[in-house]
Write a protein that binds this ligand. Sequence first.
Ligand code: AMP
Length: 441
Amino acid sequence: MSFSTLGLSNEIIRAVTERGYTEPTPIQMQAIPAVLLGKDLLAGAQTGTGKTASFTLPLLHRLSSDKSKGTANGYPPIRALILTPTRELAAQVEESVREYGKYLKLNSMVIFGGVSIHLQKQRLKGRVDILVATPGRLLDHVHQGTVNLSQIEVLVLDEADRMLDMGFINDIRRILALLPKQRQNLLFFATFSDKIKALAAGLLNHPTMIEVARRNVTADTIAQKVYQVDRDKKRQLLAHLIRRDSWYQVLVFTRTKYGADRLVKQLGEDRIQALAIHGNKSQPARTNALTKFKNGSLQVLVATDIAARGLDISELPHVVNFDLPNVPEDYVHRIGRTGRAGASGEAVSLVCVDEQHLLTDIEKLIDLRLPKEVVAGFSPNPDIKAEPIPNGRQERTKAGGEKRPARSIASPQISTKRKVAPPATNGDRSSRSRRSAKGDR
Ligand code: AMP
């Protein structure tokens, strides 16, 4: 199947062809026709499946084929709103909107916290057709009267499960209350849960339901390996592997922000250049680290799960789990950074005795026994007994949205294009009594 059979305009096909896409991915094949028909969508797809283009392309098509009705500030109003949980994802999505829409006369803008609100206000005075935003900063603009959402035709909630996990539910409800009732809603999630079900029931109108294969079970392009090692030898082992195997671009995950900073320092002492990306870092520092890592001038990027969520780094060759995540699904998200779009990748986990139970949980989730190895000179000391892992959540703060409770394994069993029961009302406006996390202001 090619993009031209999906009903997209020539301008859009030209942009994706120039980007090097020859055929749509499975989520694109299913989502694009449904969105073009104006249907609501409930889609289960992880980063790496091509989900961004699956909503961006038909959205661009729709907005460029219909003229907007009203005006705002003398300009056409904002017609599409894309909400994302993190700043990085917002920036990446807006970049995709610009790239895919480069032959169309539509303007897009991204707004998120951690950077000057003043510049955003200035820009919002001009023409913006498609707005990509994180919830907290969007509400700041709403409160200051600098954004008008009354003529939104299409709402996209990208990585909605992560937004809920990060405590954005009340912010989302506030935003929904500002949108017109008549609109198209597209809801994307990575892991299905009761919370997503409840959100979908209040928001979606007879949605088309799609779920594409989880990358973890099928991703045979990712070589997964476990190195067993003592906790206090992990840093030396990582430095050893980076040198031994000449890793030039490696994304390393730590459980905590403190652990990320400490590892960067220690790698620096080993003369391995590394930078960290997490919620306590300023936005310019995060952007700088990501840019350098993407352009190949930074060898090691150390990240926490939330900060790395949604990062689109093409053909990343190596991902290292310096600590195993507390939540097994995060393992899947982490290793999904590598082996993408047909490229092969390697995902290595450094596992100490304290983490064996986390490894067992992960193996259960992905239904696979991971090969285990010991590197010469780094054999675990059999006398060291397992100790409880310190709770990383203690250090989570509001900044950058690191806050997130642990959750249970969901079991998404949604068949392709299955219809669901009649809708609830369009726009969930229930309880606003609890204050939501404003992690992104
Ligand atoms: P996403 O799941 O949206 O984060 O996309 C993951 C990666 O796949 C991005 O680097 C996209 O540029 C790339 N991609 C999206 N659609 C296609 C396609 N049809 N063919 C090849 N690569 C694609």
